[in-house]
Design a protein around this ligand. Structure first.
Ligand SMILES: [Zn+2]
Length: 588
C-alpha cells in the first residue's frame, strides 16, 4: 500500500492544509518572509560549510571502533576511519589510519560498537508533516480499537476549551475490536470536537460536537463521490466516506501556519536521524502544494537538520517543473532533485492495486490510475529529459504495464543509465524480475507489507500463492538486481533496522508463521539495501552509502553488530549516534 500515493488522501491534505496560496508565496524559497513566522523557523543562516580542513595532511577526526562495515567492495571491514573537511580520507586498520593523526586531530573511540554508513530511506514523503501533531491511534502504536478509544478519551479530557482532538492512522483492518461510532466518541468527548482519520485517508469519524461545528445535519445531502454515514433512521452515525465528506469538518479544523509546517518537517527529519538515517529520498515532491512543497523542504533544510535530502517530483506537474527550469541534480546544498514520480495503480490491501487475477472471493482486479499509453508518455518525456523515473506499481498487472511503458518509452534503452525504479513492486513474478534485469530497472520494496499486512494478503486478500510473491528480495538479488528497502513514511515508520529485520525474518505481525521463507535475505544483504544500494537508487552514491575515501563522513554507530545478533534482535539495536559530514547530529 502507499497511502501517501493516494489521490484521495492528497485531496484531503490539500483541504486540510489550506495553505496552498501561502506556501506558493514562498515561491522557490526566495520569499520566506512572505509567511509570518517562517523566517524565524527557517533561520537566516545557510547550512554550515564543511569544517575547514586541516592545513597539513593530518585528519580533523579519527574514528575508531571494533568494526566498520564499509559496504565497499575493496575493504568491506575496517577498524578506523579518518575525516578531513567532512570527507573520508582514509579507511583501514588502526595502524594505517592513526598515521594521519596530527597535533589537532580529535580521536573518537567507539570501543566495542559497530559503525555503518548512515542509513538511506529511499522512499518516504514529506507531505505528511502537517499531521505530525495529531494523536496517533494507528496499529504501530495502539493495540486495538479499545485502546484507540481510551487514547481519544484521554486527549479529550486534557483538551482546553475550543481545542479539537485530531487523531490519525486508525486502521480497523489491522486493529481488533468493533468499529468506532459517533456514540462512542460522544461518550468519551461530549464537549470536545473529535476528528479521526483512517490511515488509508478514505474514511474518517467525527462526534456530535464536530458535526455541530461543521453545520452538517441529517438533512445535508451527501457530497458528490462521498457519503455521510447514516443509521437506518437516517441519523448521521459519525462515519465519513471519502474526502469530499471531510470538507465541512476540515474547513473548521485548526490549521498549522507555514512556520509550524516547517517545524513539523524538521521534527520528522530529526526522528529519521534518531533512527540512524543520514539521507532521505522523498517520492512525491509537489504532490501537495506543487512548488510550495519545494519551498517547504528548502525552509526545513535551512534549519540544518542531520540528514541530506533528495527526491522525485510528481509527474502531474511536469509543465510547471519545466517552467521553473528544474533539471536533475543539486537543487540547493544537501537537497537534490533527481527524478520524476508516477503512479500506475493504487494499494493492494485497499483493493485498488491492479492484479492479473481478481482478489480473493471477488471479481475485482483493482485498476490502473492512468491508461497504459499515458504511463508510457510520462516515461518517454522524463527519460528524454534525463530524469530518473520511479513508478509506483503494487499489483502484478500494474508491474506488467509499467515494464511495457519502460520498454517502449525508453525505446529499449531501459533504465541502465538513469537507474529507473519501480516503487513497492509488491507482487513480483520471476519473469518480471528477468524483464527488470534486462531493462536495467530496480525495485524498491515496502518491506513492512510482509510484516504488518502479510497475513491479510495471504489469508484475506490474495491467497498464499500470490502472497508468496510479495517483496521477493532473494529472487531479485539472485537475478542480479540491486534492491532497496523503504518505509513509505508515514505508511510505516522510518526505521531502516526494522526494515532489515523484516526482510531477514519475513515474520507476520498477526502470527501465522513466515511468509515464504525462501525469500528471506541475510542481514548483510538487508543492510546493503538501506545503505549503498539505496544510495545508488537515489543517485547519492557518489556522496554516501559506503565508507570510502572521497565520500562524506555520514555514519551510524550501533551498540551491536546487526550481522551477528539474533535476527529478531536487529530492530532493537540501540543507535548510539548519527554523524553527517563528520559532525555528530544525534546522540542516543
Ligand atoms: Zn509512496
Amino acid at each position: 500500500m502507499c497511502n501517501s500515493c493516494n489521490p484521495s488522501f492528497m485531496s484531503f491534505m490539500r483541504a486540510y492544509g489550506g495553505r496552498r496560496d501561502a506556501l506558493r508565496r514562498l515561491g522557490s524559497g526566495l520569499l520566506f518572509t512572505g509567511l509570518p513566522g517562517l523566517a524565524a523557523a527557517a533561520g537566516s543562516a545557510a547550512p554550515p560549510a564543511l569544517p575547514t580542513p586541516a592545513r597539513s595532511g593530518a585528519a580533523d577526526v579519527i574514528f575508531l571502533a571494533r568494526r566498520f562495515h564499509t559496504m565497499a567492495a575493496r575493504r568491506p571491514q575496517a577498524q578506523a576511519l579518518a575525516v578531513r573537511g567532512g570527507r573520508i580520507v582514509a579507511v583501514g586498520s588502526r595502524a594505517q589510519v592513526m598515521g594521519l593523526k596530527g597535533s589537532g586531530t580529535q580521536v573518537v573511540d567507539f570501543g566495542d560498537m559497530t559503525v555503518l554508513p548512515g542509513f538511506v530511506d529511499p522512499h518516504m514523503h514529506s507531505n505528511f508533516c502537517g499531521l505530525r501533531p495529531w494523536l496517533d491511534v494507528g496499529p504501530f502504536t495502539t493495540r486495538d480499537m479499545d485502546e484507540a478509544r481510551r487514547k481519544i478519551a484521554q486527549a479529550a479530557g486534557a483538551a482546553r476549551e475550543g481545542q479539537w482532538v485530531q487523531a490519525k492512522m486508525l486502521d480497523p483492518s489491522l486493529m481488533p475490536g468493533r468499529p468506532l461510532t459517533r456514540r462512542d466518541l460522544d461518550a468519551v468527548a461530549p464537549q470536545v470536537p473529535v476528528f479521526v482519520l483512517e490511515s488509508n485517508g478514505h474514511v474518517a469519524y467525527v462526534n456530535s460536537k464536530a458535526i455541530e461545528l461543521a453545520r452538517v445535519t441529517r438533512d445535508t445531502p451527501d457530497p458528490p463521490q462521498a457519503r455521510f454515514g447514516r443509521d437506518a433512521d437516517g441519523e448521521l452515525n459519525g462515519r465519513l466516506d471519502e474526502p469530499p465528506a471531510f470538507q465541512p469538518f476540515v474547513s473548521v479544523l485548526p490549521k498549522p501556519s507555514g512556520s509550524e509546517f516547517v517545524g513539523f518537517l524538521r521534527a520528522d527529519l530529526d526522528d529519521a536521524s534518531a533512527r540512524g538515517c543520514t539521507a532521505l529520498h522523498d517520492c512525491g515532491i509537489g504532490g501537495l502544494y506543487a512548488e510550495g512543497d519545494i519551498a517547504l523542504i528548502e525552509a526545513a533544510m535551512k534549519t540544518d537538520p542531520g540528514v541530506r535530502y533528495a527526491g522525485m517530483l510528481v509527474s502531474t506537474h511536469m509543465r510547471k517543473w519545466r517552467e521553473m527550469g528544474l533539471r536533475p541534480g543539486e537543487h540547493s546544498p544537501r537537497f537534490t532533485l533527481n527524478g520524476i514520480k508516477a503512479w500506475s495503480d493504487g494499494s493492494n490491501q485497499g483493493g485498488t492495486g491492479y492484479q492479473r487475477q481478481p482478489y480473493l472471493n471477488s471479481s475485482n482486479r483493482g485498476a490502473l490510475n492512468y491508461r497504459p499509453e499515458e504511463i508510457e508518455q510520462v516515461v518517454r518525456e522524463s527519460h528524454d529529459e534525463g530524469w530518473q523515473l520511479g513508478i509506483h506499481a503494487n499489483g502484478d498487472a500494474a508491474i506488467d504495464v509499467t515494464l511495457d511503458a519502460f520498454e517502449r518509452g525508453t525505446r529499449g534503452a531501459g533504465g541502465h543509465k538513469l537507474r529507473h525504479r519501480i516503487e513497492h513492486c509488491s507482487i513480483l513474478h520471476d519473469e518480471q524480475i528477468a524483464r527488470m534485469k534486462a531493462l536495467g530497472i530496480s525495485p524498491s520494496f515496502l518491506i513492512g507489507h510482509v510484516h504488518f499486512w502479510g497475513r491479510a494478503f495471504r489469508d484475506r486478500l490474495l491467497g498464499p500463492d500470490r502472497a508468496d510473491r510479495l517483496d521477493p528480495c532473494r529472487s531479485a538479488l539472485r537475478a542480479g538486481l540491486r534492491i532497496s528497502l523503504h518505509s513509505d513514511y508515514n505508511v510505516t515508520p522510518i526505521d531502516p533496522l526494522r526494515c532489515v529485520q523484516n526482510a531477514v525474518l519475513r515474520d507476520m505481525r498477526e502470527g501465522g508463521g513466515v511468509l515464504n521463507p525462501a525469500e528471506r535475505i541475510t542481514a548483510m544483504q538487508g543492510l546493503r539495501a538501506v545503505t549503498i544500494d539505496a544510495a545508488w537508487q537515489c543517485h547519492l552514491d557518489h556522496l554516501c552509502g559506503s565508507l570510502e575515501p572521497g565520500k562524506a563522513a555520514d555514519l551510524v554507530v550501533l551498540e551491536k553488530d546487526p550481522t551477528t545478533v539474533s535476527p529478531d534482535a536487529i530492530q532493537s539495536i540501540r543507535i548510539h549516534s548519527t554523524w553527517l559530514d563528520g559532525r555528530r547530529r544525534f546522540a542516543g
